[in-house]
Design a protein around this ligand. Sequence first.
Ligand SMILES: C[S@@+](CC[C@H](N)C(=O)[O-])C[C@H]1O[C@@H](n2cnc3c(N)ncnc32)[C@H](O)[C@@H]1O
Length: 169
Amino acid sequence: MRDVDFHSFVAADYEAIRGALLRLRAPGQRFLEWGSATGVIALMADAMGFESYGIELDASLVRTARDLATQFGSGARFVAGSFIPTGYVRPAGTEDSETTGDGPSGYLQLGMALGDFDIVFVYAWDGDAPLMHDLMRRYGRPDALLLLNDHDAGLRGYRGGREVSIVRS
Ligand SMILES: C[S@@+](CC[C@H](N)C(=O)[O-])C[C@H]1O[C@@H](n2cnc3c(N)ncnc32)[C@H](O)[C@@H]1O
């Protein structure tokens, strides 16, 4: 029997996200990746002209993301912490998971609040989507776009809790 300790990080559908961000980019847009891991998506957003940030619970992944940002001359900024704001009470029936872990909030380090972002991206386990919508409803700007990549449904966009097309019409 193999005894291998591996990180539970699972990457999102980078190609679908790249396409969506290319369609959504506009001057001055602020992008935030919740659970940014090695920072690939936030780096991609920076390269497309977004003002780009990532919050990640795992400090070793944040170090990797910062190293990549330096290596590629990216302006994306990464902080170690939770994307869940201080004081947030999880809705009844939701528990922490690999994509919604507990830790000190990262917004103070960013010097920004969730309401300061135009687009928030997250790759969440399917059962975590209600928590993501609840966070946006409570703390996000009403016109902000939540780009939610869930395991089964793929990449979808939501504004004010309603699904919106992220495909060019
Ligand atoms: C499924 S991975 C997604 C990584 C990356 N966003 C992507 O799409 O390729 C989820 C990441 O969220 C991080 N994470 C889990 N709970 C978090 C929290 N409350 N705040 C910040 N990061 C969190 C995990 O450490 C992990 O790196």
